[in-house]
Design a binder for this molecule. Structure first.
Ligand SMILES: [Zn+2]
Length: 298
C-alpha cells in the first residue's frame, strides 16, 4: 500500500514529508494506458501533488498542479487532497505518438524536453474562503525542480523536492516515490541546499532500485540524522467523477444538441479525462434528458 509519512528533524530545523507512490502511479498509468517517459512525467507530478496537499494540519487541503508546457506531451493536470487521494492526467494532443525514452544525466532520466517551456500553475486550497494561486515559469520541465522553485519563490519556503519513477525493463512502473524537505520559517536556502545533496538529482532514483518505506526515505534525506515521525496517510489514485456528473456535462450541451447526438448511431460516451472512466447514454436516454431540459425551461 502507498503511504505518506511526515517527520520533523530532532534538531527542529527541517520538516520532511516522504511518499511512496508506486501503486497509485501504476494505477494511473493503467487507466491512461501510458508507460515509459509519460509514466515518469505523470508519476513525478502525481507524487508532487500528494506531497503538496498534505502540508497543513487541515483535513480540507487540496492542491492542483497544472503544467502548461510547450512540449509534445501537452498539459499535465493533477488534483490531490489531504485525505491521500490524487488523480491526474497528461492532456496529450490527439496527433502525438508515444514519446521515446529520453536520455539521463547523473542517473536521472530528463523529461524536460517532453514537457517543454511554459508555466506552472499551482492552486492551493486549505479550506479558507479563497484558494491561493501561484504561477511560475517552468525552469527545467523536470516537474519536481519546477515545483521546488515555485515553493521557494511563490510561497517563500526554502524547499528541496525530489520525485521520481523507476521503470522496469518493459517501460512499466517499478517504483515511484517523492520527498519534500522544508526549513521552518526563518530557515535559509543555504540550510536546504546542504540537505538537497543527500537525496536529489539522480540519488532518489538510485535508492528506489530497492523497495523503500517512507521512513527510510526520511532517514536518507536527513543524512541519518534523527527525526520524530508524525502522521502517516495512505495514498490512493481516486477520481471524483460519477454518472450524475457525466449527465450534467451532457445536459450542458442543451436539448437540441442532445437530440442530434441521439440521432447518431450507438450510445454517446463521456470520458473522464482525470481517470479514463467512461459513462455512456443510449439514444433514448439522451432524448429523455432533452425532454427533461425542455420541460424545465417551459
Ligand atoms: Zn474520473
Amino acid at each position: 500500500m502507498d503511504l505518506l509519512q511526515r517527520a520533523i528533524s530532532s534538531d527542529r530545523r527541517f520538516r520532511v514529508v516522504a511518499a511512496v507512490t508506486t501503486d497509485l502511479v501504476r494505477e494511473a498509468c493503467r487507466r491512461h494506458e501510458i508507460g515509459g517517459a509519460e509514466a515518469i512525467v505523470l508519476g513525478r507530478a502525481l507524487t508532487a501533488g500528494c506531497l503538496l496537499s498534505t502540508l497543513t494540519k487541515t483535513d480540507k487541503e487540496r492542491a492542483r498542479l497544472e503544467l502548461r508546457g510547450s512540449g509534445p506531451l501537452g498539459r499535465v493536470l493533477i488534483d490531490s487532497r489531504s485525505d491521500g487521494s490524487v488523480r491526474g492526467f497528461i492532456q496529450r494532443p490527439e496527433e502525438a505518438s508515444a514519446s521515446p525514452l529520453p536520455g539521463s544525466i547523473g542517473g536521472r532520466i530528463r523529461v524536460g524536453d517532453l514537457v517543454g517551456s511554459g508555466l506552472l500553475v499551482v492552486t492551493r486550497d486549505i479550506g479558507l474562503e479563497n484558494p491561493y494561486q501561484g504561477v511560475v515559469e517552468l525552469s527545467t520541465g523536470e516537474i519536481d525542480e519546477d515545483i521546488e522553485l515555485y515553493l521557494g519563490r511563490s510561497e517563500q519556503l526554502p524547499s528541496a523536492l525530489g520525485c521520481d519513477v523507476v521503470l522496469d525493463a518493459h517501460g512499466g512502473v517499478l517504483r515511484a516515490a517523492g520527498v519534500l524537505c522544508q526549513t521552518f520559517p526563518g530557515g535559509t536556502p543555504e540550510e536546504i541546499g546542504e540537505l538537497r545533496g543527500s537525496l536529489f538529482g539522480g540519488s532518489l532514483g538510485d535508492l528506489l532500485r530497492q523497495e523503500r518505506t517512507p521512513s527510510e526515505l526520511i532517514g536518507f534525506a536527513l543524512g541519518g540524522e534523527a527525526s520524530e515521525l508524525s502522521t502517516t496517510i495512505p495514498l490512493v489514485f481516486r477520481c471524483h467523477c460519477d454518472p450524475a456528473r457525466a449527465r450534467a456535462i451532457l445536459a450542458s450541451l442543451g436539448a437540441d444538441d442532445l437530440d442530434d447526438l441521439a440521432g447518431e448511431p450507438g450510445p454517446t460516451e463521456v470520458r473522464c479525462s482525470y481517470c479514463g472512466a467512461r459513462y455512456s447514454m443510449t439514444p433514448s436516454e439522451l432524448h429523455a434528458l432533452a425532454d427533461e431540459l425542455r420541460s424545465h425551461r417551459s
